[in-house]
Design a protein around this ligand. Structure first.
Ligand code: 13P
Length: 250
């Protein structure tokens, strides 16, 4: 059985004070079991986030990290330091990082390996543009992204990792993929993992859907067989909304 995940991705929003206000807002209100609740926050907020998550069911994520542990890489974030400060997950390969910061599949693969080496878990993002979908190329594109991202990752490590399918046309647009469209692609990704690894690994890896997930549509998405959770932008920023998302099964 795969434990469902509700993961927030705040993107470049909230300062440490606002992070603390969010933590105060969710205090004592997250489900104790049955779901893994994760907040991904900007690097400047992570100290506050880790301190606030301690002793609660909340898990923490960075939104990016570099593939070297230390050195002359001005402005980058060390996965080793993230691990040492108590972070649980790192989101990598988000379409915004690919689009605005030129991240390649190769970078994402190196980051995934560095994250796992440091005992953190990657949330590996993938997704197609509207043009690719309309041209019938979405499946090949997304499975290609995944194949490149997981090179050199052992089956045991991949089984613990998380994949997030985020069609670019559904991010921040209010235009959610239908639950059937999301299930279809998430299933294709799981089959790709089965072909690259084996059925057991494919059965264990958790695959999320992201793109305009909100309390009003989370239940329908989560009811789909292969969808193990949501990677949520806008609707993860308000405490009440985040709590509602984590209670999708109530
Ligand atoms: O990019 C996303 C999460 O990583 C999705 O963002 P929205 O939920 O705001 O559409």
């Amino acid at each position: 059985m795969r434990t469902p995940i509700i993961a927030g991705n705040w993107k470049m929003n909230k300062n440490p004070k606002e992070t603390q206000e969010f933590l105060d807002g969710i205090k004592g209100k997250l489900p104790e079991s049955g779901v893994e609740a994760i907040i991904g926050a900007p690097a400047i907020d992570l100290t506050t986030l880790v301190a606030g998550a301690e002793g609660t069911p909340l898990k923490t994520a960075a939104e990016n990290s570099y593939f070297e542990d230390a050195g002359a890489f001005t402005g980058e974030t060390s996965p080793k330091a993230l691990s040492e400060m108590g972070i649980d997950y790192v989101i990598i390969g988000h379409s915004e990082r690919r689009q605005y910061f030129g991240e390649t599949d190769e970078d994402i693969n190196k980051k995934a390996l560095a994250i796992l080496k440091n005992n953190l878990l990657p949330i590996i993002c993938c997704g197609e543009t509207l043009e690719q979908r309309e041209a019938g190329k979405a499946e090949d594109w997304v499975t290609g992204q995944i194949e490149n991202a997981v090179k050199g990752i052992s089956a045991a490590d991949l089984a613990k990792s998380v994949i997030a399918y985020e069609p670019i046309w559904a991010i921040g647009t209010g235009k959610t993929a239908t639950a059937d469209q999301a299930q279809e692609m998430v299933h294709v990704i799981r089959e790709k993992i089965a072909s690259l690894y084996d059925a057991d690994t494919a059965d264990k890896v958790r695959i999320l859907y992201g793109g305009s997930v909100k309390p009003a549509n989370v239940k329908e998405l989560m009811a789909k067989e292969d969808i193990d959770g949501g990677l949520v932008g806008g609707a993860s920023m308000d405490p009440e909304s985040f709590i509602a998302l984590t209670n999708f099964n109530k």
